[in-house]
Design a protein around this ligand. Sequence first.
Ligand code: RET
Length: 309
Amino acid sequence: MMIPEGLFDQVLAPGMVPNSRPTQTSRLPFPTVTPDIPKVHHQYSTEVGHKTLWVVCVVMGVSSLVFYVMAMRVPVQKRLLHTITAFITTIAFLSYYAMATGTGIDIHTTVIRETKLHVITEIVKRQVFWARYVDWALTTPLLLLDLSLLAGINGASILVLMFSDLVMILSGLFAAFSRDGPQGWGWYAFACLAYLNVIYQLGYKGRHAVSTKDNKTKMFFGAISLFTLVLWTLYPIVWGVADGARVVNVDGEIIAYAILDILAKPVFGFWLLLTHDSMARTSPSIGGFWAHGLSSEGTLRVGDPHDEA
Ligand code: RET
């Protein structure tokens, strides 16, 4: 059932008194009855949440600059992880800037009580920070790519890993914008299934791939992938108590995600890049197109027999 937008906006209008008594206007010849107005719960962030968003925005911006400088200080052949990691924090910086300035936010209405005859009696209006999901949809595949390249996971598994990750984030977005509880928890269940596949691909395939590498890489991958799995598992828990069950207010949600995001991006990034740079001798070098662009080798030359058509 669609929720008539105008109906709830009346509730917010200052000075209005909700009623269910008959009303008559000069235009209408017959008395009309305004329906019972549902009880509305408003859940918005305060100054605390707003300041937190700005702090994380600055942390992401500064980390990005440092990661770009770190990238420039290593030979181009060793720069792939630096570039990916700098992109991750740059996207987070833009997303936090959007949320701090009020761009990436919507006020979503969820039905929390409804009679058997579909009369809505209680609703919640809560801020949903959709810019987060745009950020996650772009950055979580890149974080997984960082880990996959470190472990040496094959291309086929990387594709499955990234696809599952995208399904997880998009299902989370649909859950956040669902009409009511059952619908939202349905999407949440899909997202959790996709997340289980992310854990399987990274945990099982990752460990298998890294087993052929040197001891230092093996130990490092074990530690950083465990850190990632523990941290990532906290996201659905925060979602469940904040957006899902709404027992945590919007400021609490912003602060919880702020801590997780700083650990999952800048802290993860510094740890990855500093360790990677310290293993410079054993870390793989990427030549070919990545380092040298299109060379004469493999390109078509004028006068080539293939060029005649
Ligand atoms: C959602 C809600 C639905 C269920 C699941 C989720 C998982 C989200 C994850 C997010 C990770 C984000 C990271 C961000 C870094 O800045 C979408 C919250 C399973 C795992 C690492």
